[in-house]
Design a protein around this ligand. Structure first.
Ligand code: 13P
Ligand code: SF4
Length: 324
C-alpha cells in the first residue's frame, strides 16, 4: 500500500509507506542486507537512521570493510563512487544521483590530464573529493584527515601535484613546509565564510573556540583554534574543556556535536551573503524519503567502467595502507 507525502511548498512524493518511515527503512535494511553510510553534512533524520556516520576517511574504511550486500550512501556522488570502487561486486545506492560536489566539478579530467603532463616528474596526490577519472590519474588519494601525514611520509625531494582543493593544499604546505603544485579548485561551501563576520562573532562570544575545516580559505583558517576533518572537529568539541564553539564548516555536523557533547553551545559560522549558502546544496539534495525510495526500488545505482574502477582503486588502497 503506497501513499504520498506533501507539504504546501513541495510536490507530492509517490511510493512512500503508510506507516513510520524510519521503521520502513529498518525493515528494508534487513531485507536487503544493506548498510547505510552517512556523512555529517546530511540532514539530521538521515544521520539518525544511518549505521555509520563519519568523515570521508571513516566512510571509506567502513565501505572497504562492510559485509553488507547493498551500500546505501547518504552523501555525495564522489563518496558513493569511492564505495563502489572499493566494492565492485556490491550494489551501491545514492538517494539522489544529482548530489554532486563543486570541488570535484572544479577538476575536469581532460584539463587535469594536460596539467599532469606538464609536470611529468611529479607524484599526483588527489583529495578524495574528485571523480573516479581523476582518481585513476592519481598516485595516491588523501582526505582532510590524513593529507598532512601522507605528504610527510613521502621522500623530502619528491615533487608533488596536489588536486583539486587549493585551500587544503595550502594548509598542507603550511603544516609540512613542502612546496606543492596546486590545482586551483575549491569548495563553494567552505569559501563562503566571511572573515569579517567571523571576527564579529568571536567578539560577541569571547569564550568560544573557533573550529574550522581545512577546505576554508587561509584568511579564515588563521582565526581557528583547531583545524581538522569533520570527525576531528567533532572529537575536539567533545574533548575540549570549553563550553562554546564557532563551527566553520557545513552546519549539518552540529547535529552530531549536540548529540555527542550535550550542554555545549555550537554556533554556525556565517556566510558572506545573507543566505543559507553555508549549507551544501549537493549534500542537501538527499532526503529521508529519497533514501527510502532508493532502497525500495534499488535505484539510483552507481555504476562504473571496470577498467576505470581498477585504476581508481590503486591510489585509494595506497591511502588506506599508509594511514594508521
Ligand atoms: P571530511 O568529512 O572528510 O572532513 O570532508 C568534508 C567534506 O567537504 C566532504 O565533502
Ligand atoms: Fe563538495 Fe563542498 Fe559540498 Fe563537500 S561541502 S560535498 S566539498 S561542495
Amino acid at each position: 500500500m503506497f501513499t504520498t507525502l506533501s507539504t504546501p511548498s513541495a510536490p507530492p512524493i509517490y511510493g512512500l509507506p503508510t506507516g513510520d518511515l524510519f521503521e520502513a527503512i529498518e525493515t528494508l535494511k534487513t531485507e536487503l542486507n544493506a548498510v547505510i553510510l552517512a556523512h555529517y553534512y546530511q540532514d539530521p533524520d538521515i544521520q539518525d537512521v544511518a549505521d555509520y556516520i563519519g568523515d570521508s576517511l571513516g566512510l571509506s574504511r567502513q565501505a572497504a570493510a562492510t559485509r553488507a550486500d547493498v551500500i546505501v550512501f547518504a552523501g555525495v556522488h564522489f563518496m558513493a563512487e569511492t564505495a563502489k570502487i572499493l566494492n565492485p561486486d556490491k550494489q551501491v545506492l545514492l538517494p539522489d544521483l544529482n548530489a554532486g560536489c563543486s570541488l570535484a566539478d572544479s577538476c575536469p579530467p581532460e584539463a587535469f590530464a594536460a596539467f599532469k603532463a606538464a609536470h611529468p616528474d611529479h607524484l599526483v596526490m588527489s583529495y578524495i573529493n574528485c571523480t573516479a577519472a581523476i582518481k585513476a590519474m592519481s598516485d595516491i588519494i588523501c582526505t582532510s584527515a590524513n593529507a598532512v601525514s601522507l605528504v610527510q611520509q613521502l621522500p623530502a625531494d619528491q615533487k608533488i601535484i596536489f588536486a583539486p582543493d587549493q585551500n587544503l593544499g595550502r594548509y598542507v604546505m603550511q603544516q609540512t613546509g613542502r612546496d606543492l603544485v596546486l590545482w586551483q579548485g575549491s569548495c563553494i561551501v567552505h569559501e563562503t565564510f566571511s572573515e569579517k563576520k567571523l571576527v564579529q562573532l568571536q567578539i560577541a562570544h569571547p569564550e568560544a573556540e573557533i573550529i574550522a575545516h581545512p577546505e576554508c580559505e587561509a584568511v579564515v583558517l588563521r582565526h581557528a583554534d583547531f583545524i581538522g576533518s569533520t570527525t576531528a572537529l567533532l572529537s575536539y568539541a567533545q574533548q575540549s574543556s570549553k563550553p562554546e564553539f564557532i563551527v566553520v564548516t557545513e552546519p549539518g555536523i552540529i547535529h552530531q556535536m549536540q548529540k555527542q557533547a550535550p550542554g555545549k553551545m555550537f554556533i554556525p559560522a556565517p556566510p558572506t551573503a545573507a543566505c543559507a549558502c553555508n549549507e551544501c546544496p549537493h549534500m542537501r539534495l538527499n532526503t529521508l524519503e529519497k533514501l527510502y525510495l532508493a532502497m525500495k526500488t534499488r535505484q539510483p545505482e552507481i555504476t562504473l567502467d571496470p577498467s576505470l574502477q581498477r585504476q581508481a582503486l590503486k591510489p585509494i588502497q595506497r591511502m588506506l595502507e599508509m594511514t594508521a
